[in-house]
Design a protein around this ligand. Structure first.
Ligand code: PRP
Length: 213
């Protein structure tokens, strides 16, 4: 794994604190969702730091003020299911983003991604696509999403993930070296079942109260 200008691991006391509460298996589904929401806001701020602006004047109650609007069109791509938890906080920061869902799950036996939903509008690719998924484990789901978005016609692709494994980041970088990756934390490794260690368990199940145990 290369730590390059394209790979951003957040370093902020509030991120470290909220990650700890997120990981804690004592945290309820409601707490888990709240933590994802807070951490996604940090990811949105970091992943938009270099956006271009166009000048725009607005009238305040006192008079005209010079301001700015966001120049690029931005698509927000949540990977179902767990990516849904990042939609509202990111959309809160970029209210005009178009949201297109990608349905993907990881086959529990092979750990390979299976795509089951994709409805991107033809011939209307966004300038920037921000893929949101709380977990980047083997990177299979994200790589499949990036391939889909490249075929759609977007070249500026940004991955926003709460937690990642070094193996998954390396796999994304190897296949798509121009992808920008924003993560709150890069953990140690994957275990034999391809789970992130120490990780946080299954994000989708914790988010939607569907854990089997
Ligand atoms: C999890 C997670 C990612 C994927 C990460 O989803 O939310 O989408 O696995 O693993 P990868 O990097 O090895 O592909 P899961 O398959 O559990 O589906 P869900 O969100 O519907 O629960």
């Amino acid at each position: 794994m290369t730590h390059s200008s394209l790979l951003h691991e957040l370093d902020h006391p509030l991120v470290h604190y909220h990650m700890t509460v997120l990981r804690d298996c004592q945290s309820s589904g409601e707490q888990f969702r709240n933590q994802i929401d807070r951490l996604a806001t940090f990811l949105a701020i970091e992943a938009t730091r270099d956006l271009t602006l166009t000048p725009q004047t607005v009238q305040t109650p006192i008079g005209p003020a010079d301001g700015h609007m966001l120049a690029p069109s931005i698509a927000l791509i949540p990977i179902l299911r767990a990516g849904l938890g990042l939609v509202n906080p990111v959309l809160g920061m970029i209210p005009q983003a178009q949201v297109y869902h990608l349905g993907m799950y990881r086959d529990e036996r092979t750990a390979e991604p299976v795509e089951y939903y994709c409805k991107l509008p033809e011939n209307r690719a966004a300038d920037i696509a921000m893929v949101v998924d709380p977990m980047l484990a083997t990177g299979g789901s994200i790589r499949s999403a990036i391939a889909t978005l490249k075929r759609w016609g977007t070249n500026d692709i940004r991955v926003l993930s709460v937690l990642a494994a070094p193996e998954g980041i390396a796999a994304v970088q190897a296949e798509f070296p121009d992808t920008k990756i924003y993560v709150c934390k890069i953990d140690k490794q994957l275990d034999s079942r391809k789970f992130i260690v120490p990780g946080l368990g299954d994000a989708g199940d914790r988010m939607f109260n569907t854990s089997k145990a």
